[in-house]
Structures are given as structure tokens and as C-alpha cells.
Write a protein that binds this ligand. Sequence first.
Ligand code: AMP
Length: 366
Amino acid sequence: MKIGVLGAGQLGRMLALAGCRLGYRFRFFDTSSDAPAAQLGELHTGSWQDVQALRRFADGLDVITYEFENVSLFAAKTCSDCAPVWPPLGALEMGQDRVKEKACFRKLDIPSAVFREAHNFEELKQATLDLGFPCVIKTTTLGYDGKGQYVLRNQNDAEAAWRALAGSGVIVEQFIAFEREISVIAVRSMAGDIAFYPIAQNEHQQGILRTSRVPTVNLSESLQAKAQDYARRILEEYRYVGVMAIELFETKGELLANETAPRVHNTGHWSIDGAITSQFENHLRAITGLALGSTDLRCPTVMHNLLGEPPAMEALAAIPGAAIHLYGKSPRPGRKIGHINLLGSSVEELAEREKILNALVVKSSS
Ligand code: AMP
């Protein structure tokens, strides 16, 4: 079985690491030859508009997937002439555009923050009057890791943000004073079976994910069921195949959907070591027509993203219960270059181990 992946970043790399164990081979397409997945398969480079290069990439592949949601829809469609592309392109299109995503939430009766579209400064001003300050401005497309988004506290902020985002379509969203952020990683097989990973509790700083932990403590059964039900509605609406993530805000005993990602997700990286079957293996099982593997938790786990210069390998390796994942990327300030999955036999033991990791991460970034 030869699998094609659009994008050769760390998600492609981790897909291949999981897939090699299943005997699968990989071919990647990226614009850059300096790509984290390149060591693990054949790499084709070219532009996302280059039909000939895309056809050469897709030729002879059994199935194609993609590893970031801003992958060109044109490229994915071009490849779909040669081999099946999963997850379905409709879900990709929705995940790339916040207005379409909001429309999907509305259609499926999934609550999310109230918002307005703004195409010019007058509309932006009206949106801030309707929603009040603080509110959040986000580009409609191409946003990730908090990029293309600002919290607006007054009209001066609105003017500055409009200048910074000039030319982009934007939405303005009510600011949610959430108690915490959680995510559901769900997977649907070709046969239509659906499985959910335990819900992860996530901590972001400046819009960038820092940690994801499972199990999420003190999340009521009714909210867990709601979160899974929202994911199920989207998976069934799109006749989805593969892994999908939904990020949600927990606020005042309710859940509001923030965004979806039609792919393996950073808040599911803990599953490589903390679940019976990782999100990467289950994504591959789904898109190659296999039965899904168990999503059960092995033990309490927390994932810490490594941003910029990492702590010394020797020090990381000495932490009990730490699994090290480095992506082969050169460090730059704020760049995700790897993650640590920390495991403990109990929540208490995990907390003790996390203190050691936290001290190292603070030391390396000071
Ligand atoms: P996003 O790109 O939409 O995932 O946003 C990145 C992060 O910004 C989220 O994980 C939240 O921490 C924060 N954020 C996004 N939207 C809102 C909002 N409407 N209210 C408060 N915080 C938000």
C-alpha cells in the first residue's frame, strides 16, 4: 500500500512513523525540500498550482491524505483525479474558511461564539458596536496558531487590527471568557464506525498550544456526551473518513465550538504514547479501509509542545515517563520543533513528573 500525503511537515512525519509499522510506504508533496517528513518517504516538491507535478506525485498511489488544513484545495482536487483523497474535500473546504465553518455549526445546531463578517472598516466598526468590547478579530482564511487574529479592547485596537489585516476577509467574534479549552479527537472509518479519544484539556499561550492533557478532570458526563455528539454530527454530515479534531470552549456549564481541523491534530499527539492506538495509526486505518483500533487511554498523559530551542536531550531523557518526539526542524523562537509525552500511573504521579519537565523548559527558555 502506498500512501500519498499533501504536506511533509511534522504531522506527515508522524503519520509515516505510524504507517511504517503497518507496512505502508509513503510519498509526500511539499513546496520545500527541507521538510520534516522527507526522511521517511519519497518527497516530491513543487508549487500547489503545478498540475503536472501534482499528477506525477499522485501517479501510482493507492490513497492520498493531507496533513494541514491550509493545503491548497486545488491541489487536493487535482490529486483526486488519480486516487481517492480522504478526509473528504468538503470537510477540507469548510475547515479552511471560518464563515463556512460557522455555517456548518449553525446548520448542525452546534453552539459557537456569536460573530459578524466584516468586509470593510465600517462593517468592522458596526460589528464591534453589536458585539461590544472585548471581541476577537480573525482572518476568515489561513489563520493558525493565533496568527491573523487579535483581541480588540477598544476602537483604537480595531483601527490597528484593520490596518494589520488589510485586504483579508475577517470575522469579528464575541470574546469568550472560557473556564477552559478542550478538544475532541474523533475518527470515522470507511464502514462508518466512529471512535472518540478521551477529551483533552488544552492550554494555549498567545494562541499557540502549549499542553494537552488526558483525562480532562471534572468534565461532566453530559458535557462529554455533548462534545462527542457535536463531533459525530460533523463526521456524519460529511461522510467523513479519517481523524478530525474539534476545539471547544467550556464556559458557564456549556460548550461552544471554536474550530475544526480535518486532520490529525496537535491536541491528539499525546495518543502516540498514551492511547492503545494513536491518532496517526487510526487515521491510516480509516483511510485504508481497516477497522479502527482502540482509542482507550493507557494512563494519565500530558503532551508538552517544545517551542524554540529545546532543553538538552540528556535532561529530557532522564525524566521518568517521558517520551521524546523531535521533528528534525531547526529551532527558531516560537517554532514547534517537537513535543514530550509524559506518562504517569496516576494523575498525582504525572503532576510530580511534570514539575521536573516544567523546570527544564523554563531553564532552556530563560
Ligand atoms: P483559533 O485560531 O480560533 O483556534 O484561536 C486560537 C486561540 O485563541 C484559542 O485557542 C483561544 O485560546 C483564543 N481564542 C480564539 N477565539 C476566542 C474567543 N472568541 N474568545 C476568547 N479567546 C479566543
